[in-house]
Ligand binder design. Structure first.
Ligand SMILES: [Zn+2]
Length: 233
């Protein structure tokens, strides 16, 4: 089945006056609050296509405007159902905003929509280009723990600390590279949508995004691990 590429306009009907709402959160005819149409995703919430490059100012403006309109205070005298709806939609709006404003979470979310986000067994494997560095890191970590256990002298500890700091810088720059790669696959994804690329081409891009995300999470864990170890020395 083809997933919709852009925001769909479902044939939703106002629950109050039966006018067609076009999927809007407020009926254009009577102004009553409406539930999200079935199949609406976070992108649709903001009236955005499923693209990965998005204008953060536009997103923020729409978020603030929707937060205001959906605020439960405005529904103090409305029916119980409408009040509940404003609460539910407000909380979904917060989730949607938190997810879409973060470029990594945005990609993860896009993949999850098509069940393409797979953490996989390979998640724990070092990317080939980092194998050597990871090996060295583990050695330094072992040395450090040994030195600690045997009450290593200050000079030895300092040397190990310097090694770990160098490793941290290396992995942080690897992380920055992966982020750049994620950015460029994201741009490719958007162009694929613009040129109405077929299902197979889109699937391929999603697989690449998934692979980049896995690599990113591996490297981020390394960085955090080194930081933690350094904080303990
Ligand atoms: Zn209406």
């Amino acid at each position: 089945m083809n997933a919709p590429q852009t925001t769909v306009t479902p044939s939703a009907i106002c629950r109050s006056c039966s006018a067609a709402t076009g999927g809007a959160l407020f009926c254009p005819a009577c102004g009553k609050i409406q539930p999200l149409p079935p199949g609406a995703d976070y992108f649709a919430f903001f009236g955005l296509p499923r693209k990965l490059t998005l204008n953060s100012e536009t997103l923020e403006q729409r978020f603030h405007s929707l937060s205001w309109k959906l605020h439960p205070d405005h529904f103090a005298r409305a029916s119980e159902e409408e009040r509940q709806l404003s609460l539910d939609l407000s909380s979904q709006l917060n989730d949607a905003y938190r997810t879409l404003r973060d470029p990594v979470a945005r990609v993860e979310y896009l993949l999850s929509l098509s069940a393409m986000r797979k953490e996989g067994q390979k998640k724990q494997q070092a990317p080939p280009e980092l194998l050597e560095e990871v090996f060295e890191l583990n050695e330094s970590l072992d040395e450090l723990r040994e030195a600690r256990a045997s009450g290593g002298n200050a000079q030895q500890m300092q040397g190990l600390r310097a090694k770990l700091e160098a490793a941290q810088r290396k992995f942080e720059s690897a992380l920055a590279e992966v982020d750049q790669e994620l950015g460029s696959v994201s741009t490719e994804w958007d162009s694929a949508l613009d040129s109405s690329a077929d299902e197979a081409a889109r699937k391929k891009l999603m697989e690449r995004m998934n692979e980049v995300l896995n690599r990113r999470s591996y490297i981020r864990n390394l960085v955090n691990g080194v930081k933690q170890e350094l904080a303990g020395t």
